[in-house]
Design a protein around this ligand. Structure first.
Ligand SMILES: NC(=O)C1=CN([C@@H]2O[C@H](COP(=O)(O)OP(=O)(O)OC[C@H]3O[C@@H](n4cnc5c(N)ncnc54)[C@H](OP(=O)(O)O)[C@@H]3O)[C@@H](O)[C@H]2O)C=CC1
Ligand SMILES: Nc1nc(=O)c2c([nH]1)NC[C@@H]1CN(c3ccc(C(=O)N[C@@H](CCC(=O)O)C(=O)O)cc3)C=[N+]21
Ligand SMILES: [Mg+2]
Length: 292
């Protein structure tokens, strides 16, 4: 068996074309241009490159994006002041603070300073908590992108065994919660999991977000499984790979996502989606009132 290679770039392109029409419609009918503020603290080359991808995608979709670059020495209270100003700025519908932040800044204070109505990354505690009950204002972009890939390929989730490898707050845990909300049976594995293969072999759908190249080899993948590789790792030789031994696993899986060209494309696309959704709510006055 050779897996169908899921073309994340093509799915993303189709969605982005639809989103561009929604932007045009907002401009024409409400005079509203969706606006995203991206705050980058410090000058990590990797963060800079992710941010560049996001800004470029905004431009292509007709979304205004403001890049706010702050020095790595910026005190936490100055960063919070910038966020409060953006919360009050009617031209800005989404606020994203690129992680990681320098160690002197508390991530939780920053994420909770962002107005829930503008939290297009879905990282505010309210949105995180909302994942438990299925009541988010915005879904986090990477898990949402994974969900959209499954939806686009008509891969059912209900009643299936989903194994998520990786338990971070930004990918593993929210992905597990979103798929559990769709009535999958979900297992989350992490570094301390004693026998990874014992669990991954149960997976009808295997989602991998560990940050470890070649963690998933064919021996620990069930024949016919759907394999979604969220990993995004740069090797010393400059090549970008996921967490899955792609060549080996594609001979055993029924579907597999490549890296690049898979989930990463969808993450950025869902950021566009959330920013447009926020601007639509603003234009039609359907934001949730009084929420922060
Ligand atoms: N394509 C995209 O859009 C995105 C891709 N990524 C990529 O996804 C990967 C994960 O990112 P992120 O969640 O932020 O990373 P983190 O480092 O925050 O989390 C990694 C998780 O994987 C677990 N883990 C690490 N090693 C192993 C192992 N050997 N076996 C099982 N579990 C393990 C860790 O366990 P423990 O909790 O015990 O430490 C942790 O829960 C990275 O490659 C990142 O680049 C991330 C965001 C977006
Ligand atoms: N705190 C933190 N924040 C992040 O946002 C973060 C992180 N850590 N760790 C690493 C991952 C990775 N990530 C990606 C974003 C876009 C693409 C993306 O656009 N990928 C495209 C293009 C890739 C390319 O540029 O070649 C693709 O996969 O086809 C990928 C990966 C964000 N990450
Ligand atoms: Mg990718």
């Amino acid at each position: 068996m050779s897996a169908k290679i899921i073309d994340g770039t093509a799915i993303a392109a189709k969605l982005r074309a639809e989103y561009h029409l929604r932007v045009d419609d907002l401009k024409a009918r409400h005079g509203v241009t969706p606006g995203l503020a991206v705050i980058l603290v410090g000058d990590s080359p990797a963060s800079r490159s992710y941010v560049r991808n996001k800004i470029k995608a905004c431009q292509q979709a007709g979304i205004r994006s403001d890049l706010i670059e702050l020095s790595s020495q910026t005190p936490e209270d100055q960063l919070l002041e910038r966020i409060y100003a953006l919360n009050d700025d009617p031209g800005i519908h989404g606020i994203l603070v690129q992680l990681p932040l320098p160690p002197h800044i508390r991530v939780s204070s920053v994420l909770e300073a962002i107005s829930v109505e503008k939290d297009v990354d879905g990282f505010h505690l309210y949105n995180m908590g909302g994942l438990v009950t299925g009541n988010t204002v915005f879904s986090p972009c990477t898990p949402y992108g994974v969900q959209k890939i499954l939806e686009h390929e008509n891969i059912p989730v209900e009643g299936r065994n989903v194994v998520v490898v990786g338990a971070s707050n930004i990918v593993g845990k929210p992905t597990a919660l979103m798929l559990m909300q769709q009535d999958a049976t979900v297992v989350i594995c992490h570094k301390k999991t004693r026998d990874l293969g014992h669990f991954t072999l149960l997976a009808d759908i295997l989602v991998v977000a560990a940050g470890v190249p070649n963690l998933i080899v064919p021996q620990i993948v069930r024949t016919g499984a759907v394999v979604i590789d969220v990993g995004f790792n740069r090797l010393p030789d400059g090549r970008i790979v996921g967490d899955v031994d792609f060549e080996g696993v594609k001979e055993k899986a029924s579907y597999i996502t490549p890296v690049p060209g898979g989930v990463g494309q969808m993450t950025v696309t869902m950021l566009l989606h959330n920013t447009i959704l926020s601007a639509e709510r603003y234009a039609t006055g359907t934001q949730r009132a009084g929420m922060r």
